[in-house]
Design a protein around this ligand. Structure first.
Ligand SMILES: [Zn+2]
Length: 188
């Protein structure tokens, strides 16, 4: 009898990771275990690789970065359907080494869709228990860089729009469309 229990509870952590990763409970989220054994939700495509404890788990996590389900792609689909044309993952200013997610070059509108984990969304960001100082520093660096990017682009006459990945893609796309159209009226 005790042997049976120990088999169940003695499952190597890699299996727990694989089970959690291959059975996402909600379409936009993955349920992943922290190294302390707790579970946490994170957005697809935002899986810190150090959470995966083996090559197999890392492969499974990478496979879950399904591009078709990212909020960013949903937003781009709405924009395209609205007749807007834009560049994707492009530098608004070629000399400035900063890449925006959606760029309207002629209207000078740059859009950033920030991942909740990497950019420290106040609603969804949870520091992993393991290496929390490392992750905190990383997220703080990202936020500082975001602010710096916004300032540099605005100084150069760009309109900067920044959204969280958790925001409703339809609402975000509508706001982007209105901003682009307004920018169009001012400049034409
Ligand atoms: Zn969020």
């Amino acid at each position: 009898m005790p042997a049976k229990n120990s088999i169940i509870f003695g499952l190597p952590r890699v299996f727990a990771v694989l089970i959690a990763v291959t059975l996402p409970t909600r379409s936009q989220y993955l349920l992943v275990p922290t190294s302390s054994g707790r579970l946490t939700y994170i957005y697809r495509g935002e899986v810190p690789e150090s959470w995966a404890s083996s090559d197999h788990a890392r492969t499974a996590m990478r496979a879950n970065k399904s591009r078709d389900t990212t909020p960013e792609l949903a937003i781009r689909r709405f924009l395209h359907a609205a007749g807007l044309r834009y560049r994707v993952n492009a530098r608004p200013i070629p000399q400035l080494r900063r890449t925006a997610d959606v760029v309207f070059t002629r209207r000078r509108v740059a859009v950033f869709i920030d991942g909740c984990f990497w950019h420290g969304c106040p609603e969804h960001h949870r520091l992993p228990t393991a290496n929390s100082e490392y992750w905190m520093a990383k997220v703080q660096r990202n936020s500082a860089r975001d602010k710096d990017t916004d300032a540099k682009l605005r100084d150069a006459g760009w309109v900067v729009l920044r959204y969280w990945a958790h925001e409703d893609p339809q609402i975000v796309a509508d706001e982007i469309r209105q901003t682009v159209l307004a920018a169009c009226q001012i400049r034409n």
